[in-house]
Design a protein around this ligand. Structure first.
Ligand SMILES: [Zn+2]
Length: 239
């Protein structure tokens, strides 16, 4: 299982799932390292450009189509997903316990990255990205592949009893897991259930990279690292 270096997830699709080794920067706390690290990634991965949005736990995002400017871009636009059909255009997200999701349409050649914390998840960011791909690029559900990346798993992600009020009541019982008198949230399962309701089959979702960022010290973790946490960037691109 490779983290911190690019892996080919499908023919024509590259993804670098971030860990502590692959980035030592924070969008909020260290811009110098952010630019240096991003310029290095651009060269190392042979990308024409690399894009990030100002992540704010929204269900908004941006679609990048031709023409795409070269270089590293940290856009001032608030948003938590990026979609592109332009090869060698890196689209990145920063996470530290939130769920990174990669979508790929192997026929229309479209890739998306999503930052899905609980707030984005309950706003339905995953099915929104699916709809964007369908409407903007003609993506058919049967051609979609989806990967969940490293995030706080329900072994560690404790929530309060009130947390349930944010969730769709019809599926809350499947994603709030009681254990030893405490409650834990399964972010990936919540997104999976929304995607299945939108028409995706469970077999189209690959969880092999969805390690727990709180159990393993190899990942940045907002809950473990405290207020000065930094994030790992995960980047996807079409070859
Ligand atoms: Zn854990």
């Amino acid at each position: 299982m490779k983290f911190g270096t690019p892996v080919q997830l499908a023919a024509g699709l590259m993804v670098m799932w971030g860990d502590r080794s692959s980035c030592a920067f924070s969008l909020k706390h260290n811009f110098d390292n952010f630019w240096l690290s991003s310029e290095q990634k651009l060269a190392a991965y042979n990308l024409n450009s690399l894009w990030y949005l100002k992540q704010e736990h929204t269900a908004e995002g941006k679609v990048l189509t031709y023409p795409v400017a070269s270089g590293v871009h940290l856009l001032p636009d608030e948003g938590d997903y990026l979609i592109t059909n332009v090869p060698t255009t890196g689209i990145g997200i920063i996470t530290a316990d939130c769920l990174p999701i990669v979508f790929f349409d192997s026929v229309r050649r479209v890739v998306a990255v999503v930052h899905a914390g609980w707030k984005g998840s309950v706003q339905g960011i995953a099915p929104i990205v699916l709809r964007q791909m369908q409407q903007r690029f003609g993506t058919e559900l049967k051609n979609i592949q989806i990967w969940f990346g490293p995030h706080a798993n329900p072994c560690c992600y404790e929530v309060t009893p009130e947390f349930r009020t944010h969730l769709l009541s019809s599926i809350a019982n499947q994603v709030i897991l009681p254990r030893d008198g405490r409650l834990f949230f399964d972010t990936a399962r919540y997104n999976e259930l929304l995607l299945i309701a939108a028409g995706v089959h469970a077999q189209q979702i690959d969880r092999q990279y969805s390690f727990c960022t709180m159990c393993s010290l190899r990942f940045h973790s907002r809950r473990n690292d405290g207020a000065l946490y930094i994030g790992q960037s995960s980047i996807a691109w079409l070859q």
